[in-house]
Design a protein around this ligand. Structure first.
Ligand SMILES: NC(=O)c1ccc[n+]([C@@H]2O[C@H](COP(=O)([O-])OP(=O)(O)OC[C@H]3O[C@@H](n4cnc5c(N)ncnc54)[C@H](O)[C@@H]3O)[C@@H](O)[C@H]2O)c1
Length: 374
């Protein structure tokens, strides 16, 4: 890298789920350094986090508005180059808009926005902005999913005829939001999660994974979006039949009430010559199946154990953190206009908008009990 980029963060305060992963993986290679943050909705919590991370007090802000205003006034050598937005979904747009309009680069977690209408406004802002914009669709960072994309693109599987993606989690199998569980509380609140609960939280991951690896857009769908835990305000289980743009058929399932499941994400793509299977429980293995029932295993790189390193984050495999790091490296290449090792890792505003149209149309289909075009 030609220079070290200066990172700011919005969100990722004490006890947050994904904030530390953003910070650690963005800075792990030394290509970026955290210089400021508005880590929480209160100054007190923002200060706790900022001090823990060794930031100067005057670079720990009470609000994202204050951060963007004050950082804009600093000398170019000092002020942040980019900001990572890692807050609940309903805040993404207003934060990104302010940062992009002030000339900063922005990387934002998924789902893009509150709803599809807001996503379209978001797209206009990004298209007008001078800065770069990227999204952290984590699974795009897995090297073997990039390999899977190459296999599909090269025609190794033949004509794609059937696709399946399933993302099953179990952490919302009980009404834990009633006990004040931090992450469950906003995800199950339609005012904060946006249009869609589980379908927004992990359905968009599954949808992006399917479209990006298959290279095919979903043309129409028939969805059944449900609330299966009594007392919940937002959907927690989604089952969708799909028709892809080339006529291939398939389905997408996303659920957070699959009791006992952690991160059970799998992708199957079947073509006329071969089938391809990837499972998050074994993310370093890609299986190719042939008509004579022979199988080929493609293994990724053997990851060295980083047991004592900050990079080894409890509850997350080193492959997950590696994926995040690869996404950040792709974003940095864009900012610095440097040649990239991978374009696959770079999820754009258009990927974000696709995620939001998926939510919108699946909810419509489920409400009206009919097939809907995307
Ligand atoms: N890419 C992935 O794999 C992945 C995984 C988990 C979460 N996410 C996404 O990341 C985002 C955050 O999710 P999470 O689980 O870490 O949530 P969280 O509740 O654990 O953390 C959210 C953080 O945002 C802070 N915050 C809230 N309002 C704020 C404001 N006005 N200003 C500054 N900070 C504010 C909170 O204090 C908290 O620290 C969500 O959009 C979620 O969908 C993505």
């Amino acid at each position: 890298m030609s220079r070290t980029l200066k990172m700011g963060m919005i969100g990722g305060g004490p006890g947050s789920m994904i904030g530390d992963i953003h910070r650690i993986t963005a800075t792990a290679s030394g290509n970026a350094k955290l210089v400021c943050g508005a880590f929480s909705s209160t100054l007190e919590k923002s200060l706790i986090k900022g001090k823990e991370l060794g930031l100067k007090k005057d670079r720990i802000y009470e609000s994202y508005q204050e951060m963007i205003e004050k950082e804009s006034k600093l000398d170019e050598n000092e002020r942040m180059d980019f900001v990572a937005i890692v807050t609940p979904n309903h805040l993404h747009f207003e934060m990104a808009k302010l940062a992009l309009e002030a000339g900063f680069h922005v990387i934002c977690d998924k789902p893009l926005a509150f709803d599809y209408a807001e996503a379209l406004e978001f797209q206009k802002v990004v298209n007008k902005a001078k800065g770069e914009f990227a999204m952290t669709y984590t699974y795009r960072g897995y090297p073997l999913l990039e390999k899977a994309r190459e296999l599909v693109e090269s025609g190794h599987l033949g004509e794609i005829r059937k696709v399946k993606v399933d993302y099953s989690q179990g952490w919302l199998s009980q009404l834990i939001e009633a006990e004040g569980h931090k992450q469950a509380s906003w995800r199950t609140d339609p005012e904060k999660s946006g249009k869609g609960g589980t379908i927004a939280d992990i359905g968009t991951h599954a949808f992006n994974l399917l479209e990006s690896v298959s290279g095919l857009k979903v043309k129409s769908l028939m969805a059944d979006v449900s609330i299966l835990v009594e007392g919940r305000k937002n959907d927690d289980d989604t089952n969708v039949l799909l028709e892809m743009e080339n006529g291939a058929k398939g389905y997408l399932s996303a659920s957070q009430i699959c009791t006992g499941e952690d991160q059970d994400l799998s992708l199957h793509i079947y073509g006329s010559k071969a089938g391809l299977i990837w499972n998050h429980n074994q993310p370093n293995l890609l299986t190719i199946k042939y008509p004579d029932f022979k199988e080929e295993s493609i293994k990724g790189l053997k990851k060295e154990s980083k047991e004592n390193s900050e990079f080894n984050i409890p509850g997350h495999s080193p492959y997950f953190t590696e994926a995040f790091q690869r996404i950040y490296e792709g974003f940095f290449d864009n900012i610095l206009k440097e040649e990239s090792k991978s374009d696959f890792v770079k999820a754009s505003i258009d990927d974000g908008v696709r995620g939001m149209v998926f939510i919108e149309k699946a909810l419509k289909s489920s409400d009206e009990r009919k097939w809907v075009s995307l």
